[in-house]
Design a binder for this molecule. Structure first.
Ligand code: PLP
Length: 394
């Protein structure tokens, strides 16, 4: 039987990272490839209690609910965002099934085929997948460690008239970098000047390692130009599939309509459990613990790089938060090929190329440090350094 798929599926691609993960999920391979928090740090008892409390509160918590999300949760989120100086009414918050759905719903209501979005290069792969599936043209902007570079950004805004600029400015995936305050202000200034939206994707903002913080771009905007999404995936548990998005009222309203047609609403039992969790569990103390543990793990990885000294031909920046190291090998090394050697040696990472819109740097790789305990990081890094020190250059 030949199935007549819609034309749009020709633009859908399976995630190269997920395909790699299938290969490396062998029991004896230590994997730094996934982008996972550590399940041993999940607040399981507290989540269990929160579900118990939600279920015993009223059968209504298991009834159909509002598409926009449980009102009490939206109020709590407005309060939590206000601490970061993002002041938004609960009505302008849409609860989504993870921030991944926020990206999808936004793309669905904003883009016609051929519309243009600007991104960094590399950027979050699954956002690129969304944009491709809606036939959006993705144009990369040059950037350095502080964010997009003004001249290239303004030139491309003038040239392409993009509808939106998509960024992960705080402890990004995959590069683990943080945009400077100056670049954040500049981006917003250009967005205002050219009436372009900014989509600020912020799943990692809470996983910070230093006292020093940079304000979310949404906190600098008076709810005209910035869509801001975040999630409980990295701070509570990803399986709850609960994220949220806030932005100009008309866009949130349109996204709610699109969500209605997609899944009616995000799992309301989970949302009610989150309401109880946020009331009774000190999530900020838990986040502090995650920051401390993940920072230690990041340092374990960094110390091993440092011990490699000159024999280890790599460049990297120490992440100030988030979950990843972004590493560049000499240009003669193709990390996709290096991955085969690494897996043979019992360790895995993600090659950097799939994260690029174009001109991939084949010598890059992303390493996750949050999902493994220090002894496992030590063991895995020993295996990785062996292949990195003597890559077979094909
Ligand atoms: C940059 C970025 N945005 C969005 C997401 C999706 O997160 P969620 O689990 O909330 O859908 C991720 C997940 O890793 C991510 O790295």
């Amino acid at each position: 039987m030949k199935y007549g798929f819609a034309k749009r599926v020709t633009h859908m691609q399976s995630s190269a990272v997920r395909d790699i993960l299938k290969v490396v999920n062998r029991g004896d391979v230590i994997s730094f490839a996934g982008g996972l928090p550590d399940e041993k740090l999940f607040p399981i008892d507290e989540v269990k209690t929160a579900f118990d409390q939600a279920m015993s509160s009223s059968p209504k918590v298991m009834q159909y609910g509002e598409t926009e999300g449980v009102p009490a949760l939206r109020e709590q989120l407005a309060e939590r965002m206000a601490v970061k100086e993002i002041h938004r009414d609960p009505e302008n918050i849409l609860i989504t099934s993870g921030s991944q759905q926020a990206i999808d719903l936004f793309a669905r209501v904003m883009f016609n085929p051929g519309d243009i979005i600007l991104t960094e290069n590399p950027t979050y792969l699954a956002a690129l997948q969304v944009f491709q599936s809606y036939e959006v043209q993705v144009i990369p902007v040059e950037s350095d460690e502080d964010g997009m570079i003004e001249e290239d950004l303004e030139t491309k805004i003038q040239q392409y008239k993009p509808k939106c600029i998509y960024i992960v400015p705080t402890y990004s995936n995959p590069e683990g970098k943080v945009w400077s305050l100056e670049r954040r202000r500049l981006l917003l200034k250009l967005a205002e000047k050219y009436h372009t939206l900014i989509f600020e994707d912020d799943p990692y903002g809470d996983i910070q390692f230093d006292e020093e913080t940079v304000p979310p771009i949404a906190s600098l905007d008076d709810n005209k130009y910035v869509m801001y999404t975040s999630t409980f995936s990295k701070t509570v548990v990803p399986a709850m599939r609960t994220g949220w998005i806030t932005g100009p009222h008309q866009i949130i309203r349109m996204m709610s309509q699109a969500k209605q047609a997609t899944d009616l609403h995000t799992n309301s039992l989970t949302q009610h459990a989150l309401v109880h969790l946020l009331r009774e569990f000190d999530l900020d103390a838990h986040i502090h613990k995650l920051q401390k543990v993940y920072k230690e793990r990041m340092h374990v990885m960094k110390d091993i790089f440092d011990r490699g000294g000159d024999t280890l031909p790599i460049r990297y920046k120490v992440p100030k938060g988030g979950m990843f190291f972004w590493v560049a090998m000499p240009e003669s090394v193709n990390t996709k090929e290096l991955l085969n050697q690494a897996v043979d040696n019992g360790v895995a990472f993600v090659p950097g190329a799939p994260f690029y819109v174009n001109n991939p740097a084949q010598n890059t790789m992303r390493l996750n440090f949050t999902n493994s305990e220090p002894e496992v990081i030590e063991a895995g890094m020993k295996r990785l350094v062996e292949v990195m020190s003597e890559p077979i250059i094909g």
